[in-house]
Design a protein around this ligand. Sequence first.
Ligand SMILES: [Zn+2]
Length: 291
Amino acid sequence: MPTCRTCYGEYQKKQSSCPRCESDVDVWKTAELSLPEYILYTIIGLGPSLVMALIIWRAASLQPNSLHHFIAGLLAVGLPILAFFSIFGQRHKIRELTWAQQVYKPRFRLHPALIGILALLATIVLWLVSYVLFKVWGDPKVIKYYHKLIFALVYSLGHLCFTASATLLVLQRYLKTLDESVPPPLFVNTDRMVQVAVKTAFKILGTNVKSEGLQDLRADQKVTRRLEVMQTSRRDDDGGVRISVREYRGTRLEGDDFFGHPQWIENTWIIEADRWARIQSLKPSEVKYSQ
Ligand SMILES: [Zn+2]
């Protein structure tokens, strides 16, 4: 079953809106990266690795028995590929964290653009160090094997930082475009979060209730219900919500006629939900009876 990217609820493939949060799920099908875009971003992210792979392949063909080229190649190509796929694979998590920082105060904070710029500066420093090492150790008469490995490690880290920087900066642009066409995560909108949490809470209780308006109590009905959200408060550390809901429940005793007065029960519930409106606890706090 596909998962809604707005609330992490499940929906059927044929549905165009999420049954849980009612957001448009079709919009994600066109907003996600197309294959040409994905290939373009991959080339940008892995550019330095591809260039280095060609250089090392050429150097290795000149000195076929040197293990150094194999290790250097593995580091220079493998590390950036790992960085690219790790960052790109987490693009939705990075988007959520960016939104979360605008809504509450998550324990883990991340500024992708700032990290991208710092990684770019680290790239320049590491490539300058590589150049200095090349000048100092470049003489084949004095260079030792471990010098070669240190040199390979430094320029490989330079490629790693460059790939991380390019990926993060391009990702920022992609996420900005994405946010223009898809709904924000559920936790951004407290009202919607509360609606989803209340609906979910009363499903747990096995009660189908309408959250607005008092239903007419007809003679053929034994029970009617109304819900009223009394108070909501967001938690600053994890974006969750605490909701106080009053449930009015009218019951009609067997044998009462249409004009008979039902007995009303006021039941206050305290709902604790996480930032995706998933119920963490549901407790009654107060029960009142009235005629
Ligand atoms: Zn949803």
